[in-house]
Ligand binder design. Structure first.
Ligand code: ATP
Ligand code: MG
Length: 633
């Protein structure tokens, strides 16, 4: 029997290995952007055709390569970034495997142009199927341009696996956002099919976050910064009101590398406990810096998962740092500053802290760095009390531009819509049926006295006991039914804006908005396409306060996407559910007596009073008899 084992030709071996690194155009975007960052570029441009399927080109003004290096760079395991295995544990660069360019060259046609500052001429290389087709000298500016054309032209099965242009573009924007967030000092631009999508001037992290994640976060970011000898953390978390129903804007970077970590995400979520609804996700962009020896970045082909030497310390540190930051903008003065219970179970926490251990610990560098001021959960006296409740928090001292009202915008319009109803119905104290209160099949509610609890619930006395109303759930129900009626009746009244606002949207959102346009019109919105992914909002429903139109539309689209991915409702049903969710008053919003009366009256004139559109109770009823029993009477 002859022997059967053959060595695979290089180009096939490369193609197979490329599968791990280059799965879609976005993987090439990530690798090429990271190479440009590693090359010390201060300006990086990304050019795409056909969502990267036809072209991904990255142009940088970094170090460039010599002609030999240019050719070498496409060899597998060819890297200038590490030399020994030991170097792997001191990595400060994004790359280290020497695999990215070899992988790209195995599955696409590549053109490289590169020139170092010291060289008179640059090098041009054309490569296809891992084979160099052409190499020549060219005149060019310093830096490097790598163009990857026709991805998977030689692996049709994989090309067929690529998703729609919109889906691939989303992946690309995700990768671009991660790199651009982690290097705000670098200028980045993204041009897709000749149209500029991003133009990000070099600036601060805060500016970069707002450029990339949206103006909604303007004046809504809380700075996180803690330093110890062991590790540092810095970045921003969103104020609780900016938490979203989708897990969109959450970013962890370890030594500037974007990573996915459910464990650290849990640490942040824990820090937000009781400040946001259980089903919403806070925004964060957090950078953790620690000695490269304390992390292993080589555990996943895309480097997006890493292993910490001591994961529990990092968890405790992240959680405490975020809690500390949020405490500075104290929402609830009674925040719990205990470290998470899982930390309490650490052997080091459980064992008795003997004198011997105490002195050993005191001499470690981590202890020394962790002075009281540096300590993550140390709170400077007085700071928290300055902003004691939500209203102060909402009206924080930072100036809020009119078009970036964020979550607060919805408060204004929500409360406004309540006020509108108060005005419509006149002063409740002069209503003829005032003494009789609000009647609903089983309930008679005394409408002369409402109490708001924790800016979240409304307490009302009934003939037989009392009810506790969730202001948010109740208002959602009210808006939902009102919109439902409007959808089936005459077109709602529109108030024309004195200053029409333009809103620019991502491609996918434009398609969505166009789809919803006629229904939105029925509800009183007047929106017109203005070309180039832009829309003009000419008017809004009469009961919505003007000034936040842009945010309202953006948030509406976000909410709509959330609902349509999770629930199977008709387009109209999804739309009115989204609007109700987005316009309703939220917990933390203080209501006047009149607003409470309007809310309760509106709720009890709904067709269905006891649940919000998504099935949560709008109120709980407590009967005097039950209470008496509870008191043993
Ligand atoms: N834009 C660039 N400017 C200058 N040199 C570059 C550039 N892109 C690549 N190189 C050089 O080519 C080498 C190979 O790049 P490649 O991306 O394949 O590997 P790497 O970055 O070293 O490691 P990894 O596979 O982890 O990305 C790099 O080590 C670097 O020396
Ligand atoms: Mg690389």
């Amino acid at each position: 029997m002859p022997d059967k084992i053959l060595l695979l030709p290089d180009n096939i071996a490369n193609q197979i290995a490329a599968g791990e690194v280059i799965q879609r155009p976005a993987s090439a975007v990530k690798e090429l952007l990271e190479n440009a960052v590693d090359a010390g570029a201060t300006e990086i441009k990304l050019i795409l055709q056909d969502s990267g399927k036809a072209l991904v080109q990255v142009i940088d003004n970094g170090s460039g390569m010599s002609d030999t290096d240019a050719r070498m760079s496409f060899e597998r395991h060819a890297t200038s970034k590490i030399q020994t295995i030991d170097d792997l544990f001191h990595i400060r660069t994004m790359g280290f495997r020497g695999e990215a360019l070899a992988s790209i060259a195995a599955v696409a046609q590549v053109e490289l142009k590169t020139k170092r500052a010291d060289d008179d001429a640059g090098t041009y290389i054309e490569i296809e199927n891992s084979l160099v087709k052409r190499q020549e000298l060219i005149a060019m500016a310093n830096g490097t341009s790598i163009a990857m054309k026709n991805l998977f032209f030689n692996v049709p099965a994989r090309r067929n696996f690529l998703k729609s242009n919109a889906a691939e573009m989303r992946h690309i924007v995700d990768e671009f956002t991660r790199v651009a967030l982690s290097f705000p000092q670098i200028f980045f631009s993204l041009i897709a099919n000749g149209q500029q999508v991003f133009h990000l001037e070099a600036g601060s992290l805060k500016q970069r976050i707002i450029q990339l994640l949206g103006h909604t976060y303007n004046a809504k970011l809380v700075s996180v910064k803690e330093e110890t000898d062991y590790m540092n953390i810095y970045g921003f978390v969103g104020k609780p009101e900016t938490a979203k129903k989708t897990r969109g804007d959450q970013y962890f970077f370890v030594n500037n590398r974007f990573i996915k970590s459910a464990y650290l995400n849990h640490a942040v979520m824990n820090a937000y406990q009781q400040m946001i609804a259980g089903d919403s996700f806070p925004m964060y962009v957090l950078f953790i810096d620690l000695e490269p020896t304390q992390v292993d970045v080589n555990v996943h082909p895309t480097k997006q998962e890493i292993k910490f030497e001591d994961e529990k310390i990092v968890y405790a540190f992240v959680q405490a740092a975020v809690k500390h930051a949020l405490a500075q903008f104290s929402v609830t003065p009674a925040l719990d500053f205990d470290l998470d219970s899982s930390i309490q179970h650490l052997p080091s926490v459980q064992q008795p802290f003997t004198e011997e251990r105490k002195s050993a610990a005191a001499s470690t560098s981590i202890f020394k760095g962790f002075t009281e001021r540096n300590q993550a959960h140390f709170i400077e006296p007085g700071r928290g009390a300055e902003l004691r409740n939500w209203r102060d928090f909402f009206e924080s001292s930072e100036p809020v531009p009119k078009d970036s009202f964020g979550g607060g915008g919805s408060r204004e319009s929500a409360v406004n819509s309540l006020q509108m109803n108060v005005e419509k119905e006149g002063d409740p104290f002069t209503l003829p049926d005032r003494r009789a209160g609000i009647h609903h099949s089983r309930l008679t509610i005394d409408d002369s006295r409402f109490t708001q609890l924790h800016n979240q619930f409304v307490l009302a006395e009934t003939e037989t006991g009392f009810i506790l109303i969730s202001q948010q759930a109740a208002h959602e129900r009210v808006i939902y039914e009102r919109l439902g009626d409007a959808m089936n009746g005459a077109v709602a009244t529109t108030q024309r804006s004195m200053f029409p606002v333009t809103v620019e949207l991502a491609q996918a959102d434009c398609v969505l908005l166009e789809e919803l346009m006629s229904d939105l019109q029925q509800l009183g919105y007047m929106i017109e396409p203005f070309g180039k992914n832009t829309f003009v909002i000419q008017g809004t429903p009469a009961d919505i306060e003007q000034g936040n139109e842009k945010i309202i539309i953006e948030k509406l689209l976000e909410q709509y996407k959330h609902f349509s991915s999770e629930l199977k409702f008709s387009k109209r049903e999804t739309l009115i559910r989204s609007l109700a969710k987005q316009q309703a008053i939220k917990p933390g919003q203080q209501l006047t007596e009149k607003e409470m009366q309007a809310l309760v009256r509106d709720l009890f004139s709904c067709k269905q009073t006891n649940s919000s559109p998504d099935g949560k109770p709008t109120y709980l009823e407590f009967k005097t008899e039950q209470l008496e029993k509870m008191f043993g009477r």
